[in-house]
Design a binder for this molecule. Structure first.
Ligand code: 13P
Ligand code: SF4
Length: 333
């Protein structure tokens, strides 16, 4: 259990009674609690599983529990429902959206496809079910490059909606026929190259772990190439990839460019390392809508239930099933 003094930030007491009640109600409902790495520490600690988008999608697909409680944002719970249509999927607060998923609608995706007939559409998992239904395959940051590389090289690719992940995938695959939608996550776009440079200069021995959604990811690799950042110690990783790298790092400090919820898992994985956020204000307000109070209410009242139109879900399922079949858990470099 997290230090109780840390609290949940919303004044709700998350003591051992809260945790015991969450576990009791989950048992009563035959519910598995899946929590994303960006959740508040108390929720990470009480969950059955904590992970990145890819790992949690795989767990949802494989779970035999009658109810899946998804402590994350709405597109993640929707993906779980697409993969486990016969299960009840609950999210503690259905208002927990995602600025990146909101950066493209299904109508916009269809219009883009019409401009590029024959192109393969690769949709990042941070999209609505309706947008996934327009895709050939989905991906997460842990397997995006591998999925794009599996598409015949002569076929055009439309990659949506994240411009920074798209640029990273283009660099990794060396494809110049990859078109990228100009969406972004407001949290990761706000972690600037200047923040990174300043922190790296102040801690010259530190390793850098950078999520590919960050606005600073491409400049960082470029700066690593010119020697302005430490070349061997600058790594672009999914949240699952960061955790795998945390267990093996030999650095005494690591600067982390992603949502700050990630630090809880990293600190647990390797307490000997000093884990420092590149931007301590990189907090996703949507992820933080899943409060301890909301989780309790969700388990007591069976709300909010996630529903996906069966026709949309059937079309999206092909793309999402292809996603969970590709890439090793914890990959993403
Ligand atoms: P991961 O796929 O690395 O878990 O990231 C999900 C996300 O929303 C990043 O902002
Ligand atoms: Fe969406 Fe960004 Fe929040 Fe991730 S951090 S859930 S991409 S708004």
């Amino acid at each position: 259990m997290t230090d109780l003094a840390e609290g949940s930030g919303d004044g709700f007491p998350t003591d051992e009674h809260w945790a015991a009640e969450v576990r009791r109600l989950a048992g009563e409902r035959d519910a598995v609690i899946l929590a994303h790495n960006y959740q508040v520490p108390e929720i990470q600690d009480v969950a059955d599983h904590v992970g990145d988008s890819l790992a949690l999608s795989r767990l949802a697909a494989a779970s035999t529990a009658g109810t899946i409680v998804f402590a994350g944002v709405y597109f993640m719970a929707e993906t779980a429902k697409i993969l486990a249509p016969d299960r009840t999927v609950l999210i503690p607060d259905a208002r927990a959206g995602c600025s990146l998923a909101d950066s493209i609608t299904a109508e916009q995706a269809r219009a883009w496809k019409a401009e590029h007939p024959g192109a393969a559409v690769v949709a990042y998992v941070n999209t609505s079910a309706e947008v996934k239904a327009e895709a050939d395959v989905c991906c997460t940051s842990a397997n995006a490059a591998e999925i794009v590389a599996s598409i015949p090289p002569e076929r055009e690719v439309l990659f949506l909606p994240d411009q920074f992940l798209g640029a990273h995938v283009r660099r990794q695959t060396g494809r110049d026929n990859l078109h990228v939608w100009l969406g972004e996550c407001h949290v990761h776009a706000g972690i600037s190259p200047a923040d990174l440079r300043r922190k790296a200069e102040a801690d010259a021995g530190a390793e850098l772990f950078i999520h590919p959604e960050c606005g600073c990811a491409t400049p960082a690799l470029w700066q690593a190439g010119t020697g302005d950042l430490p070349a061997g110690r600058t790594r672009v990783l999914s949240t699952g990839g960061m955790l795998a790298a945390a267990r093996n790092t030999r650095a005494s400090s690591v600067l982390v460019a992603t949502e700050t919820g990630m630090l809880h898992q990293l600190r647990q994985a390797n307490p000997a390392v000093r884990w420092e956020p590149v931007n301590p204000d990189a907090v996703c307000r949507f992820m933080k809508m899943i409060t301890p109070a909301a989780l309790l209410r969700c388990l007591r009242e069976g709300t909010d239930e996630v529903r996906v139109d069966p026709g949309v879900a059937a079309r999206a399922r092909r793309a999402v099933t292809a996603m969970i079949g590709a890439g090793e858990p914890g990959a993403g470099e």
